[in-house]
Design a protein around this ligand. Sequence first.
Ligand SMILES: [Zn+2]
Ligand SMILES: [Zn+2]
Length: 811
Amino acid sequence: MPRFCEVAVPVPLNAIFTYSVPPDLPEPCIGGRVIVPFREKRLSGIVTDLHDREPSFEAKSVQLVLDTTPALTAELMQLGRWIAQYYIAPIGEVLRTMLPLSAEFRRATGYHITDKGIEALHAASTVGSSLRARIAPEQQMLEYAVLNHLADGEVVRETSLRSATGASRAVLLGMLRKKWIAREDRSGVRDASRTIQIASLRQIEGKLNSNQQKIIDYLRAQPEERAPVPAIRKLAVSRTTLQTLVRRGIVELSEEPAEFRLSGLKPRKLEFRFTPAQRTALTEIGIAVQSGKFTPMLLHGVTGSGKTAVYLSAMQSLLSQGRSAILLVPEIGLTPALAADLHQVFGDEVAILHSALTDDERAEQWKRIRNGQAHIVVGTRSAVFAPVSDLALLIVDEEHDLSYKQEESPRYHARDVAVMRAKMSHAVVVLGSATPSLETYYNAQGGKYRLLELPERIEKRPLPEVEIIDMREEFQRSKKDSVLADKLLEELGERLLRGEQAMVLLNRRGYSAFVLCRECGETVQCKNCAIAMTYHQREHRLICHYCGFVRPAPKTCPKCGSEYVQYLGTGSEKLEHILHSIFPQARIGRLDRDTVRGRDDLEAMLSALQAREIDLLVGTQMIAKGHDLPSVTLVGVVGSDSALGFPDFRAAERTFQLLTQVAGRAGRGTTPGKVVLQTFFPNHYAIQFAAAHDYRGFYEKEARFRSWMHYPPFNAVSNVLVRSSKLEEALTWSGILGKWFQSSRLDGVRVMGPAAAPIVRLKAEYRYHFLLKSKSRQRMNAVLCAMIDHALDNRIPRGNLVVDVDALSLI
Ligand SMILES: [Zn+2]
Ligand SMILES: [Zn+2]
């Protein structure tokens, strides 16, 4: 047995640590988890190497071996190393992100009573209890309760001690200082053979309130009218609602092994009627899979061309061969309805991974994949790390979607990781989109990716006609500053009269975008961010959309006290009100982050639309994403160009994508669709090409601009952000790095900055940044690594320095 192991622990340090392996422990393995002491804590880390080389210092010992077979296969370990190197991210953090098993290891602190504590307890007990209750201040009462709770000498975890006694952390710290109690690390592995509570519906009797009804309706919709309790908790009803139902005998709870699953479905053969283009794409994908060679492909299909059918069919043909596939979908694309469809198609062969799963559920899905019970994986960003064996096909749906980029460390892009994973596994990777990112289309143009095209909608349905309304002319003509153009109102009225459905996109939530004082000209800003706060009418308060800070809606200016405060700018909440006043008969629904709190809300709104319980849907970009709504025949776009005003070189691309995607919601059924697009920049090429459904035209124009400006896809860009809660620190540190960039040899890397970030203060931190551009990723990587070393030498904490390789967001 090797005497030492190298362990990657989840800390923001770019290092691996050596530990000794005590002979009485099971033998660890590379890619397996171990518990190790790290500073004052115990951490779960991944073994990256085993050896007998004695280190020059005294190595601490591994405390526990969690896996004797790898949790991360050699293939995934290799992928993790690539991510750490490419994105300049600490390896321990990368490996932790790849392995969703944190639920099995709980960090916890335990307390036990000391001899001094027992003395104190005795002293307190000799005073009569009633007297004590009268004279002891609250602090002493709590201390007494804690000592009493620990009196039998057992170690009690901090969480249970605090909930049993009501003592705060401060009380416990005070007692630690008096040496009445002692603390120890009680982190450990939880019992893996856990059970789960299942609720089943019994007799319904008596009156029910709406929350109780919500639970009943949910259970009724489940097979055998039973569901796991954690799923019911997600219905956003309070704990006591379920308890009441149990007490009244309406719902019964039982314990079942954690492997409990609702379906026992076998995969079902799909029957699709494919267009010739779909068939060609499928054949090409099939041939590439059979070749056993790394083949990256771009599936460029217009909206409504049937990309999903191609994905499902391609994945299903792998099942009979016993091989595996992963389908990545954007954050919002994975609705419960899609999950249900996938279960229908793939039965128990599919594992679904998304952000709404609890840690335990995620770990369970992960184990099913690892054990080879599920060969098909569908999930959001982190599903790219699913531990499938014999990976043949990786698909990234809506590959241009921003949710594939993780905006915290490690800042990886799941699409690019998917391509790298496919390369390492000799697999096929299909990137699908109606509006491919410039990077991906550039690769297809240059022959790096094979281009598959679906140029037509299924059943030869036409793409919607797009009419551009120049809002400057509209203002000239009507002399009023209206949110909705007459033409759009007219078209909406017609649709409502004909009993068809319509959608209106306004990509800004809330009621009024900002609050302005007429007297001093100030807008009400967030106290944590350099951003105007948005008025939300229903809550009657101002909310910061960046940090969530809330304040009451002011009647007078917080700055000068003037009464002339004005609420300006329109958000989706106000648009709903406006439409309601114009079309009082219409049933209007709204889809934005205020109305959609969880996956179920989105689902409920979409099915209401499908069931024609809603005539008109208002919303933010949420309404633009992938939903297939056959009865929508009109899409209105209000304030379509707001993104064009942002200081972001991707603004035109984002506008083009958003407009094309939302236009794609119109006319997916038998009636042709129409789009009315209101804009202040009717001649902007992003708007012109979107209206003409001309992706190629847009790409060529945008590519020329990117090339001149040395932006992606022609150059790599990285954003380096220096942040601190103290302005002085942020300035000093960015100054130190600025000097270093100036005095270093950076051949081939251009550096811009330091400059104040577009949002100079965010979440109570001041932010300055540098933008790096280079034709050579290698050079850029070397410069960034050297810069980090210089920063650490100058005592700039690593946590205050954000290095974002291939940055998507520059705010
Ligand atoms: Zn004022
Ligand atoms: Zn804020």
